[in-house]
Ligand binder design. Structure first.
Ligand code: FE2
Ligand code: FE2
Length: 316
């Protein structure tokens, strides 16, 4: 079943602002993101610092945590290869690790800590609900977007023993395509020089194994929670619209949605879906806060959305 959704109502300055964000290569808060058309006084406003007192996604700030983040990207860039992703996709496509409902998985995710995230120190379910509730406030009619926010990080269960206990570099962090050159906009790009694919002539040109405009659906992305959750949703027959699946699958693809690179691999549908991903990203990034959501209070609403868009039990 296809669910039809309206295209987002973007203000004309959207393109200009993003060009600005790319040129200066710095985080532009609300200014760099499209806002909903009629902003209400209690709409979600992005804070300027995270709960550690740093700018969001500030990977250069001097702190122990930042060093850990850099080491994380060193490992990720060396170990994520085309062959590795192929193997992971084959393994996880079997969906033979567990059977459970979406809400059950939200609760399970609380056992997970994401080492790659410099902004987050709260239980994962709080991040899911904080982003979902913030986006719900600004886009009250797009219920599919609320649910997308709720489930976008569920794939992080890959870190848990029952789901293969994958290392952090195979689950979290920014994602990027394999099978073509690593664009310089990738965070800590220098570590790619130790990735075997960098020396493979089949994989180290701009297009690599792809044709221009082939569509991201045909591109091998680095393996992680994004692609895994997309696979789970899709294979279990979700009725979420294509934009929702796109957000889940590419929300960590910062070189695309923040830096505007790799666009030559997109097709027309990707271009449309990217508009929604950019909207979503603001809430993913800036809704992380110490103000906790009352889980029991909002649970009935999200259970109703889960029932609308998913079967009661999914294969994982
Ligand atoms: Fe994520
Ligand atoms: Fe997230």
């Amino acid at each position: 079943m296809t669910v039809l959704i309206e295209q987002p109502n973007l203000e004309p300055q959207f393109e200009e602002q993003n060009v600005h964000a790319q040129e200066t290569n710095e985080l532009v808060l609300d200014g760099g993101f499209p806002l909903p058309k009629d902003v209400s006084p209690d709409a979600f406003w992005a804070p300027e610092i995270n709960s550690f007192g740093h700018s969001f996604r500030d990977y250069d700030a001097e702190s122990e945590r930042q060093k850990g983040v850099e080491e994380f990207y060193r490992l990720q860039h060396i170990n994520q290869t085309y062959d590795f992703v192929k193997k992971m996709r084959e393994e996880y496509k079997k969906l033979n690790k567990a059977e459970m409902g979406i809400w059950e998985c939200c609760e399970l995710l609380n056992e997970v800590v994401d080492d790659s995230d410099p902004d987050l120190d709260e239980p994962q379910i709080q991040h899911l609900l904080q982003s979902a509730e913030a986006i719900r406030k600004d886009y009250p009619n797009e219920d599919w977007l609320h649910l997308t926010a709720l489930i976008h990080d569920l794939g992080k269960i890959l870190l848990l023993p029952q789901f293969g206990e994958l290392p952090q570099w195979a689950v979290v962090g920014d994602t990027f395509p394999l099978g073509c050159a690593f664009d310089e906009s990738n965070i800590h790009h220098k570590y790619f020089k130790h990735n075997p694919d960098s020396n493979n002539p089949a994989y180290n040109t701009k297009n690599g194994v792809y044709n221009e405009g082939c569509g991201l659906n045909n591109v091998m992305m680095s393996w992680g929670h994004d692609d895994y959750m997309y696979m789970v949703a899709k294979e279990n027959g979700t009725t979420l619209p294509s934009a929702g699946l796109f957000i889940i699958r590419y929300h960590s693809f910062y070189p695309l949605h923040k830096e505007g690179q790799y666009t030559h691999l997109m097709n027309e549908e990707d271009v449309e879906n990217l508009k929604w991903l950019r909207i979503f990203n603001k809430y993913d990034l800036y809704s992380k806060s110490k103000v906790l959501i009352d889980v029991e209070k909002v649970k009935p609403y999200y259970l109703s959305l889960i029932e609308k868009y998913f079967p009661s039990k999914l294969k994982w």
